[in-house]
Design a protein around this ligand. Structure first.
Ligand SMILES: Nc1nc2c(ncn2[C@@H]2O[C@H](COP(=O)(O)OP(=O)(O)OP(=O)(O)O)[C@@H](O)[C@H]2O)c(=O)[nH]1
Ligand SMILES: [Mg+2]
Length: 305
């Protein structure tokens, strides 16, 4: 997933857009980029890309000399492909160079208006980059627990008009708080061979395990938590205690003691609840956007920290 795009000119920040959280400390990435800029400038690495790995992050950066000296970097996680990113970065740099030729940088501190112009110049290139590798969220769980309802809520904020059993894998393209994502509606593991089920969840950036909140279902689902731990140990997990409104539903505390993990109590047959599941899914991917608050305690089970 893409995490950040930054353009610097010395200490001046022309653009610093976070798509998702890179480091817990919000200042850390910008400081790191400024240090890299200083280093590449001192070494005279002009115009060629430099790919740098920092823990689980990759940074592709360029130091451009003409028409003005600037540093541009794209930060993403290790599952994206630099080969696809590089030509798109070249396009973006070409656009920016044209922009800087036409709109000479004003003397003195850069105004917000000028920064706004830079951002709008980049916006179609950014959309293009974001489409390169949308994050994958797998929705898993037993039959009839509410998986497809949650997929619809994530995609359109609506719920299915009537129940239809999902007999095979179904993919949804969606945007969560502006970020393109792929949502995989994966059938009950009992409906597939174990190998096929496992192959469906491989490559997930995040997993939403849906329960109907009955005791029997919670006990069965425990196995699925263990399987995801084994197959996709880095994917963040959200356990949705769905059908919270039904008589069979156990309390969140009872479910948590069976599953040994936090659960998110939910009711997926009410479209007005869509925003709550959309926010949780966005937080699973650590998307940065207005309306997403990471300071409060939440339901995400973090496995890659
Ligand atoms: N009471 C109640 N019903 C719900 C809730 N969420 C979903 N349902 C209903 O449960 C049924 C199954 O929902 P789906 O979203 O199709 O469940 P699924 O897991 O995709 O089902 P399969 O594809 O057959 O495995 C539908 O009739 C939904 O309307 C809920 O929170 N409360
Ligand atoms: Mg379904």
């Amino acid at each position: 997933m893409l995490k950040n795009l930054t353009i610097l000119n010395g200490q001046e920040v022309y653009l610093n857009r976070d798509f998702a959280i890179s480091f817990k400390n919000p200042e850390a990435l910008l400081q790191t980029l400024k240090n890299i800029d200083e280093e590449v400038t001192a070494r005279g690495f002009y115009n060629d890309e430099l790919v740098i790995d920092i823990i689980t992050l990759k940074i592709i950066c360029y130091k451009i000399k003409e028409p003005i000296p600037y540093f541009i970097s794209l930060t993403y996680d290790d599952s994206s492909l630099p080969d696809q990113i590089i030509p798109k970065m070249h396009k973006l740099i070409k656009n920016l160079n044209k922009f800087f030729e036409k709109n000479p940088v004003p003397v003195g501190p850069i105004s917000d208006e000028y920064k706004g112009l830079i951002e709008s110049e980049c916006s179609s290139n950014i959309d293009d980059l974001l489409m390169l590798r949308p994050a994958k969220i797998s929705i898993i769980g037993n039959d009839f627990v509410g998986k497809s309802s949650i997929c619809e809520m994530l995609q359109s904020g609506k719920i299915p008009k009537k129940y239809k059993e999902t007999t095979n894998l179904k993919n949804y393209k969606a945007k969560l708080f502006g970020m393109p994502v792929l949502i995989w509606d994966i059938p009950d593991p009992g409906d597939l061979s174990e190998r096929v089920w496992e192959s469906f969840i491989l490559g997930s950036d995040a997993v939403i395990l849906v329960l109907d909140s009955s005791r029997e279902n919670a006990e069965e689902s425990k196995l699925m938590v263990d399987l995801t731990d084994k197959i996709i140990p880095n994917a963040e997990l959200l356990i949705v205690a769905n059908k919270h409104d039904t008589e069979e539903a156990l309390s969140p505390e009872e479910l948590e003691s069976i599953l040994q993990n936090k659960v998110f109590p939910f009711i997926a047959n009410k479209p007005e609840n869509s925003i709550f599941i959309q926010k949780q899914a966005a937080k699973l991917l650590e998307i940065k956007a207005d309306g997403l608050d990471y300071s409060k305690e939440d339901f995400i089970i973090q496995r890659n920290d």
